[in-house]
Design a protein around this ligand. Structure first.
Ligand SMILES: Cc1cc2nc3c(=O)[nH]c(=O)nc-3n(C[C@H](O)[C@H](O)[C@H](O)COP(=O)(O)OP(=O)(O)OC[C@H]3O[C@@H](n4cnc5c(N)ncnc54)[C@H](O)[C@@H]3O)c2cc1C
Length: 489
């Protein structure tokens, strides 16, 4: 396992393929620092005696102790621990811990490469390729991001029907030693601070769409890969220092006729398994939300409750009702993830065929509970912001700047007029509102909310998964019996 220091040292040696606002940016640029710090917590926690048991696992490949973010879940207990680790680490940084994309894609590709290798037309020994990559991923304790979302061009047209065929990442050439890929994956979280990028298709694919059925791994600073990065950092503070400086990055990852050697290719043309890779990454990722979303709600409940306390309204019925709504959403999301873990097994839903054994036996969380939890909690995001707005009142929207809060001519006047609860020192009230603003009204707030709503797939995708996989016929049969209708079974 690496330390935070070793992770950062490696980032410092990477090639410069990051672009932002017209310049080429170094991996250790100060705009990347907060995002690097967030990931640093995942390394610290694996060494910390208090969290080691939760944040490490035993590799099923080597028997070595590894960071849990690089583990392949072997049983429901592993899924429970991933969920709890995610909530625990998100609580440490306040918000998203930014490392689940790698573990989710790795667990998907572990199963998919195994099945794709068995395909009679398989172009490479995909699972052997995968196991070599996985061994390095675990030994070197790499951070991986997952690039799934294609730009998708014209929304109602399938990949091969697009005016420009590069709207979905595709293979443009197959060579004896590898493949050449072209296209762009967008909004890829943490790609600029990761060691590796795992690439999987966005959607289920038809046989004629085989060039789009491609899954592979590349180093994040690889030749032929350009990253156009969006940094999400809070406004700089000189006086009121934060307890934790949170930040994250997202990239447009562009594959500009990028050569990928066969040993890093895990699916190439097998459309059934390309579709399974899309479905399984989304499924594992939705399971991760059952850890991070309750943690985000821990933060939101704390913000709402402190805002109410400072405003002196914490015992009013409407505040209690809103607090209970927040708590119910977070804990229902957790409960759905817990059940998905408990019911986990080596099976996956195949459209038209139902649930089938899939992969070498790694544990896959229950699909219905993953999707139900993710959809309910994802859709609640903007209601949560509404609750914060309701309880806070207008104060955060026009809060004075730091230099006015500390300036000799305005400090005392502002402290007098900002005091709401005389039992809480005004300096504490100011620090609170600044944290509230970071979360709910800053330049990063919108991106956080959009990520929490769309990440892992928009609500419609979860609704499609739920209604296509749920046994609705069995429910109709219950009603037929009770109504005295003719039953079908
Ligand atoms: C902050 C952030 C971080 C993210 N991180 C990652 C990441 O790390 N890795 C990754 O792979 N992705 C990531 N994503 C992408 C995320 O998974 C996508 O945003 C999500 O899947 C929705 O895709 P989209 O943005 O293209 O929206 P769209 O799919 O275009 O959705 C827009 C609207 O169009 C509708 N629509 C789209 N297609 C159709 C259709 N065929 N028929 C009818 N209606 C349609 C949708 O229902 C929706 O209402 C991230 C997104 C955000 C915002």
């Amino acid at each position: 396992m690496r330390t935070r220091k070793e992770y950062i040292e490696r980032l410092g040696k990477m090639n410069r393929n990051l672009y932002s606002n017209g310049e080429k940016v170094d991996r250790l640029d100060e705009r990347q620092e907060s995002a690097i710090d967030v990931l640093g917590v995942t390394f610290d926690a694996a060494w910390d005696p208090d969290s080691k048991a939760l944040c490490t696992a035993t590799s099923h490949l080597t028997g070595e102790t590894i960071n849990r973010f690089n583990h392949i879940h072997q049983n429901p207990e592993d899924l429970h621990k991933k969920q709890d680790m995610t909530r625990y680490l998100c609580n440490k940084v306040g918000l998203c811990i930014q490392r689940c994309m790698g573990i989710d894609a790795a667990n998907a590709l572990h199963a998919v490469s195994f099945e794709a290798q068995k395909d009679p037309g398989a172009k490479s020994a995909y699972h052997e390729n995968w196991l070599k990559w996985l061994a390095e991923f675990q030994k070197e304790d790499w951070v991986a991001s997952c690039a799934q979302t294609d730009v998708k061009g014209e929304r109602l047209k399938r990949p091969a029907a697009q005016t420009d065929p590069d709207m979905y990442v595709r293979v443009v050439e197959e060579k004896s030693d590898g493949i050449v890929v072209r296209g762009s994956k967008v909004h890829i979280s943490g790609a600029s601070v990761s060691d590796e990028i795992l690439v999987v298709p966005t959607r289920a694919l038809r046989p004629e769409e085989s060039s789009y059925a491609v899954a592979f791994a590349v180093p994040s600073d690889y030749d032929g890969v350009k990253q156009v990065v969006h940094f999400h950092n809070y406004r700089r503070r000189d006086h009121y220092k934060r307890g934790f400086e949170y930040g994250f990055t997202d990239s447009y990852v562009i594959f500009d006729d990028c050569f990928v050697p066969w040993e890093r290719v895990f699916v190439c043309g097998e459309t059934l398994h390309g579709g399974a890779a899309a479905l399984l990454f989304a499924l594992f990722h939705r399971h991760s939300y059952s850890g991070c979303k309750p943690a985000m709600l821990d933060f939101v409940v704390g913000l709402a409750a402190l805002a109410a306390e400072i405003n002196g309204i914490e015992r009013t019925p409407h505040v209690r009702e809103m607090l209970s709504q927040l708590i119910m959403t977070g804990e229902l999301g957790y409960a759905a993830g817990y059940t998905a873990s408990a019911k986990g097994k080596g099976e996956v839903y195949m459209p038209g065929a139902g649930f089938l054994p899939y992969g070498p036996g790694n544990c896959i969380p229950d699909s219905i509970y993953c999707n139900v939890g993710r959809c309910l909690t994802g859709e609640a995001v903007f209601h949560e912001l509404e609750i914060l707005c309701n309880i806070a009142g207008g104060l955060p929207a026009t809060f004075p700047y730091e230099k006015d809060l500390t300036g000799p001519e305005t400090k005392e006047l502002l402290q007098k007029y900002l005091t709401r609860n005389p039992d809480i020192p005004v300096e504490e009230q100011i620090k609170f509102w600044l944290a509230f603003i970071d979360f709910a009204l800053s330049g990063s707030s919108g991106s956080l909310a959009y990520g929490a709503y769309h990440g892992g797939g928009s609500p419609i995708m979860e609704q499609i998964a739920i209604t296509s996989q749920y046994d609705i016929e069995a429910r109709k049969e219950i009603v037929r019996k009770i109504a005295g209708m003719k039953t079908k079974s």
